[in-house]
Design a protein around this ligand. Structure first.
Ligand code: EPZ
Length: 421
């Protein structure tokens, strides 16, 4: 298992490109199961999770080719509609194959996703919605067994917003008979990217960017090409890296409209930010980072996927702050590790109360999940001395060579391969 060795203190400076959005790719790829033929997903990031999804699709009989961030997916005849446990346990997003397989083939067998590092992540909204579309859903030996004749359009009211459930139901409804209305649908940019792709395939979906999606079922969808949007969480993470090191960085190929909530918070902290189309420059070179509270919420609010990174920044900000996660109330595995670096954080349910400290001190810390690991790397960039971040395979799931990117910005960071220590 690889680790990072970081010597803190360098102010980041320079330019970096933002990759395609992990959470778009993980929905766009299974969406191709609704068609036969060859689809092309441009700007696909080279991430561990993307390769896991490729592996899953290939077990179903899909052929793929992946070069220069263009992922080609070719579907002729599937050999199976079974998504095995060994994939789903690695990546919860594997559940995204359920809707398309059910809609296209009338059956699917998908392992129940286990919990994840920060606790249970139910899929009841996915299953209840598919049942409403007429699917028969049984659970057998940890597998979801789904069957249906042609799905029938209906009105679905989500009791809470769910990105995954919205995506799954959206894909399933495209081939249903009649019209489906999804109320209280997620409005994340990744869902909008999925709607764009499905409509390019011939789906009839209206209401994107709103809380109500209307899907008029069609008989068949065709392969299509889509540009994956840029990754707003990678962009936010890199901006926090610039802020926490009092550096000056420029991001390119960034969809700045998707990170308005993050930009607003960084400006509140004293960072100077300039936006020019898909280029964003953050200058914190003469800023003292001032503490600023955050409470996560669904898009367009401050994203839960930036909560851990924000706590790292607040750990060295001037003053006290509170960070509340309203989406995942137990997503705080990074806090005990930040305490090992000398942070001053107290937890009360889903709120972290942080008193900024002058200096963090390097230590060995353990990655537990994707964004928690990002938080530890950010803290290591400023901690005095050496920080070793262990098990960085978590990071590789969602960031394309973040160590290389940070090194190119001037960070003193080195990846040590698992078998080298
Ligand atoms: C997506 O996960 C993202 N993953 C997550 O990003 C992100 O944190 C999350 O949305 C929230 O924005 C992908 O897109 C692959 P949800 P998802 O369904 O779809 C509850 C990252 O770091 N819920 O929107 O699984 C759930 O427990 C990852 O990139 C139910 O109760 O999240 C949570 O409290 C982590 N029942 C809330 O809804 C359900 O059936 C939002 O979850 C589904 C969800």
């Amino acid at each position: 298992m690889d680790k990072f060795i970081i010597h803190g203190g360098a102010k980041l400076n320079g330019k970096v490109k933002v990759e395609g959005a992990k959470n778009s790719s993980l929905a766009l790829m299974p969406a191709t199961l609704l068609t036969c033929g060859t689809s092309v997903l441009k700007n696909t990031p080279k991430l561990k999770d993307v390769f896991t999804m490729i592996g899953l699709l290939e077990t179903l009989g899909v052929k793929t080719a992946f070069a220069d961030h263009t992922l080609t997916i070719k579907i002729e005849k599937l050999k199976s509609q079974d998504a095995p446990y060994e994939y789903v346990k690695k990546m919860r997003a594997s559940v995204y194959v359920l809707g398309p397989l059910l809609a296209k083939y009338g059956k699917a067998k998908v392992s129940m996703p286990g919990g994840c590092a920060w606790g249970p992540r139910p899929i009841n909204l996915h299953l209840e919605g598919l049942k409403k579309l007429g699917a028969e859903i049984d659970l057998e030996e940890g597998y979801i067994i789904a069957k249906s004749k042609r799905l029938i359009g209906t009105e679905i009211n989500f009791e809470k917003k769910s990105v995954g459930a919205t995506g799954n139901l959206l894909m399933a409804a495209t081939l249903a008979r009649g019209t489906t209305i999804i109320n209280n649908s997620a409005m994340e940019p990744e869902i909008t990217n999925l709607v764009q792709f499905l409509n390019k395939m011939g789906a009839k979906i209206s209401g994107k960017n709103t809380q109500q999606l209307v899907i008029e079922g069609v008989d068949e969808l065709k392969p299509a090409r889509i540009d994956t949007i840029s990754d707003r969480i990678e962009a936010g993470t890199l901006l926090v890296a610039g802020a926490i090191t009092n550096g000056k960085i420029e991001l390119s190929e960034c969809n700045t409209t998707h990170i308005k909530s993050i930009i607003q918070k960084l400006e509140e902290c004293g960072c100077k930010i300039l936006v020019n189309n898909d280029i964003i420059t953050l200058d914190a070179s003469d800023s003292e980072i001032i503490a600023s509270d955050v409470s996560t919420s669904e898009y367009p609010g401050f994203p839960t996927d930036m909560q851990a990174q924000w706590i790292a920044l607040m750990s060295v900000a001037k003053g006290n702050s509170k960070v509340t996660d309203n989406i995942y109330i137990d997503r705080f595995n990074h806090v005990p590790e930040l305490l090992r670096l000398g942070a001053s954080i107290k937890m009360d349910k889903n709120t972290a109360s942080i008193s900024g400290v002058k200096k963090l001190k390097g230590a060995k810390v353990m990655s537990t999940d994707l964004r928690a690991s990002a938080s530890l790397v950010l803290a290591g960039l400023v901690a005095k001395g050496t920080t070793e971040v262990l098990r960085v395979y978590h990071l590789d799931r969602g960031y394309q060579f973040i160590d290389e990117k940070l090194k190119n910005l001037g960070a003193n960071i080195k990846r040590v391969k698992g078998d080298e220590y």
